[in-house]
Design a protein around this ligand. Structure first.
Ligand SMILES: Nc1nc2c(ncn2[C@@H]2O[C@H](COP(=O)(O)OP(=O)(O)OP(=O)(O)O)[C@@H](O)[C@H]2O)c(=O)[nH]1
Length: 444
């Protein structure tokens, strides 16, 4: 369930699935929340409301299309925009107090970011509505970020797809020479030895089983087997709150930004979120985290610079428990991983958290920069030696990402990639999908 405790099932054929672009449930067909008879004291609809409702009812049931209507003729944040947003949410049967809170949250964020113009905030507004209405898989939301993923993988895509195409033109026998050449192409694309071996074994079986003898079929099998390589995140049982998420990773990979994005997401999904500044070695990191926490509506806990990180974690958890938080993100120092005491420090933080709240940290997330190629692999190796890593978040996949390393990192240690970063803004975070990735990487 998203931010709102109740919305009309206007976007779903039934509770089981979100059905993006489902015609028969478009606003105004079967589920037309047409304004009821004007109850005693209820205001007559203003002409703009009648027009807007009609436009929404006739529009395709897609977030971006509805947003076009809400924003029609509006160039910047204004009382008119808030009125229209409230009208849309009201017609989705969102409880008035929750709709007002959503809008106020967004206005506070605009003030914080000093955003004024629609082009500055439209993407964030769409992202917030997608999360709040539990519509992240709605078609537009997917395509908005898929385009960024594809452009980030352009370099790897060109290299890999071009070479596979050439190989398929030269050799359609799928004989030993073919597989040796393909192995070389994958290794050269940073896929890593273990992932390459596994992928080739599976692909050879599929080619044999399906009697594949043409390029098109081979390309389909290649995409399917690449998508299937990625370990799936274990089904998480919601722990006794607060869920404690320990964030680890070296400096500069995008950890602070990722914590902010994850906190924003959790908040937009209706959780009460706190962020703890466990990287006490850099005053700048504490300040940056405080600014982001405020912007995304999360609580924030920090102590003086150079305080013991474990005491920050302990006290933050104590406060989160006392004040009924649902989720606590604990940032940690990211000094280059060669600095051995960093691992000792992380182990101490884990011990302190577990003592205070058995089972904590419930999730340990390693943040890696997808543009650093083999470095990301060596960082995973180092952290995995000392920490039980539950998830990987790969950032900067909108940059010149080394797409092959994405496969290697996840497969080498069997750690699922749960989210990918596709930009610096809060809405540039997407749940990782092996299928999307294979599609974006193998433009075959
Ligand atoms: N293009 C792009 N930039 C990103 C992404 N994630 C983070 N960044 C940028 O990368 C830079 C480093 O991000 P931080 O979140 O400060 O990284 P950090 O790991 O906390 O680094 P330190 O603060 O040095 O510990 C910032 O300029 C971010 O805006 C992403 O997914 N895409």
């Amino acid at each position: 369930m998203g931010f709102f405790s109740k919305i009309s099932k206007i976007w779903r054929k039934n509770d089981q699935e979100a059905a993006p672009g489902v015609e028969e449930h478009a606003l105004g067909q079967e589920h037309k929340p047409t304004p009821g008879p004007v109850e005693q004291g209820q205001m007559e609809q203003a002409p703009w409301q009648t027009e807007l409702l009609q436009a929404l009812q006739e529009a395709e049931p897609r977030l971006s299309v509805w947003l076009d209507h809400i924003l029609a003729g509006i160039s910047s944040a204004s009382p008119e925009l808030w009125q229209r947003l409230a009208f849309l949410l009201d017609n989705l049967e969102v409880p008035k107090d929750e709709a007002a809170a959503f809008i106020q949250d967004f206005r506070n964020w605009l003030d914080e970011m000093e955003y004024e113009r629609v082009e500055e905030f439209r993407s964030e507004l769409q992202y917030r509505l997608a999360l709040a209405l539990d519509l992240e898989d709605e078609e537009d939301e997917r395509s908005r970020l898929f385009i960024k993923l594809s452009s980030g993988l352009t370099k790897t895509k060109e290299q890999l797809s071009k070479q596979v195409d050439q190989l398929l033109q030269l050799n359609k026998q799928f004989d030993d020479a073919f597989w040796e050449d393909l192995e070389e192409i994958l290794i050269m694309s940073d896929v890593g030895f273990k992932a390459t071996t596994t992928l080739l074994e599976r692909l050879r079986d599929r080619v044999r089983q399906e009697g594949c003898n043409d390029s098109e079929t081979f390309k389909t099998l290649f995409k399917e087997e690449l998508a299937a390589l990625f370990p799936q995140p274990a089904k998480r049982i919601k722990p006794q709150p607060p869920e404690v998420v320990l964030m680890i990773g070296v400096n500069g990979v995008g950890k602070t930004t990722t914590i902010a994005k994850l906190a924003h997401r959790a908040h937009m999904q209706g959780q009460k979120v706190m962020v703890a500044a466990g990287d006490t070695f850099r005053a700048a990191a504490i300040e940056q985290l405080e600014i982001w926490s405020k912007r995304v509506g999360a609580g924030f806990y920090a102590k003086a610079p150079f305080s013991d990180p474990a005491s920050v974690a302990y006290e933050a958890l104590d406060t989160a428990q006392a004040e009924g938080y649902d989720t606590l993100f604990v940032d940690t120092a990211g000094r280059l991983h060669t600095n051995v005491d960093l691992m000792e420090e992380l182990r101490k933080i884990k011990r302190v958290l577990a003592k205070k709240h058995p089972g904590a940290p419930h999730r340990t997330i390693l943040v890696l920069d997808a543009t650093t190629g083999q470095n990301a692999l060596s960082q995973t190796k180092l952290f995995a030696k000392d920490m039980d890593i539950d998830e990987i978040v790969l950032t900067k996949l909108d940059g010149t990402a080394k797409g092959g390393v994405v496969v290697a990192v996840s497969l080498e240690y069997g750690i699922p990639i749960t989210f990918i970063g596709l930009g610096e803004k809060m809405e540039d975070l997407r749940p990782f999908s092996g299928t999307d990735f294979a599609q974006a990487l193998l433009d075959l």
